[in-house]
Design a protein around this ligand. Structure first.
Ligand SMILES: Cc1ncc(COP(=O)(O)O)c(C=O)c1O
Length: 394
């Protein structure tokens, strides 16, 4: 049977990560995957997470099966954190998932169970896994514009392309810190998006993977909450990978907002059914950690302070990179980088220039120009700026 397999495509990001791992040059820089690293270059376990883990170890709760919706206290805590007010949490249901990816896949399955072949609109460019996840669930993918050739947010292209989205379609939007471009809609553009959804009847699916790492937790969640207030139905995929540093604990949830208890109940059961055939139920540990942090006022404060510190480091890295690029005579490119937010920056470099960065300077980003600015130790920013400057200059 296996002999029948033709060579399957390799994941481009993990392929680059493997090339980095095999690179012997001591100056190498791994900026491929979206992982936060501190000044020393390590991905720390947050202090709030460590404390929650110590408390959980002390308690040593039973490892009996949980239900198909996972950890119910976690789901309640996530609803409160993401939506903020009882007016919204009262219209919502949540199911714990295997991180943000699991949430996207379960929601895609829910859409497909509701209406097979539904069209889902994703941005161009998009997070590398959006199209594969949606297509694997059986949905039809179309794209809308997001950034102009200079890398700035392109409101006109977005609204022009989405004018073709209609009732029954789903529009996948990243709630903040757009991956890979690092540029987000202005408040005016978010408002225009809500008006378009109200008028044309499409349903937003908001992907939240980086909240807290752009302008701060509440500010980053504001567009999602605004959409939830204005629209009768909405889907949200939430990841705790980045803002709790729980990457390998695979922690997240799928949220559904609807206008009737009956529809919400059906949606929750459909999500449970989808989970049942994929992995039955999600892993408990990360959800228990997040719940412990969010339910304890002091731990929650510690987590928020750590998240703010992570965000500040990412912002400082970006500002320094932009300033150095400007000082090297690349003012226009520096201006684009300075406007970006979140863990990623899109360097205004072509695929051959990104290859030069890898071969000549051992700097690993994606061919599209995306670098994980949050993975850059502070003292290596000048090296990166020098490498980018050299590639731009010649
Ligand atoms: C935009 C976006 N959505 C979702 C995810 C999925 O994250 P995870 O499954 O690790 O929680 C990522 C991860 O990089 C992402 O960038």
């Amino acid at each position: 049977m296996l002999e029948l397999l033709t060579p399957p495509p390799v994941d481009p990001l993990w392929d680059l990560a493997a090339a980095y791992a095999a690179d012997p040059r001591p100056e190498r820089l791994n900026l491929v995957l979206g992982v936060y690293r501190d000044a020393e270059g390590t991905t720390p376990v947050m202090a709030a997470v460590r404390e929650a883990e110590a408390r959980l170890a002390e308690r040593s709760a039973s490892k009996e099966y949980r239900g198909l919706s996972g950890n119910l206290a976690f789901n309640r805590a996530m609803l409160a954190t993401v939506l903020g007010t009882p007016g919204l949490t009262g219209r919502a249901a949540a199911v714990q998932t295997v991180a943000g990816t699991g949430a996207l896949r379960l929601l895609a399955d829910l859409i497909c169970r509701t209406r097979p072949g539904t069209t889902v609109w994703i941005s161009d460019p998009a997070y590398v896994n959006h199209r594969p996840i949606m297509e694997a669930a059986g949905l039809t993918v179309r794209t809308y514009g997001w950034a102009d050739p200079a890398g700035r947010f392109d409101e006109e292209a977005l609204l022009r392309d989405l004018a073709d989205a209609g009732r029954g379609d789903v529009v996948l939007l990243q709630g903040c810190c757009h991956n890979p471009t690092g540029v987000d809609p202005t408040p005016r553009a978010w408002d225009a998006l809500a008006a378009l959804a109200e008028r044309d009847g499409w349903v937003p699916l908001v992907d939240l993977a980086y909240h807290g790492l752009g302008d701060g937790l509440e500010a980053d969640l504001a567009p999602t909450r605004m959409l939830a207030r204005r629209l009768p139905e909405m889907l949200i995929a939430v990841s705790c990978s980045k803002n709790f540093g729980l990457y390998s604990d695979r922690t997240g949830c799928a949220i559904v907002l609807g206008s009737s208890t009956r529809a919400l109940g059906h949606a929750e059961t459909a999500l449970q059914n989808a989970a049942r055939t994929l992995y039955s139920m999600p892993p408990e540990h990360g959800a228990a950690v997040v719940t412990t942090v969010l339910e304890d006022a002091a731990l929650r404060r510690t987590w928020r302070a750590e998240l703010d510190a992570m965000r500040a480091r990412v912002t400082d890295n970006r500002a320094e990179l932009a300033a150095l690029l400007a000082s090297l005579g690349h003012g226009e490119q520096a201006g684009t980088v300075a406007l970006q937010k979140g863990m990623f920056s899109m360097l205004p470099l072509t695929a051959p220039q990104m290859t030069r960065l890898r071969t000549e300077f051992a700097v690993y980003g994606t061919d599209a120009g995306r670098i994980n600015i949050a993975g850059l130790p502070g003292h290596r920013v000048p090296y990166l700026a020098h490498a980018v400057g050299a590639v731009l200059g010649g």
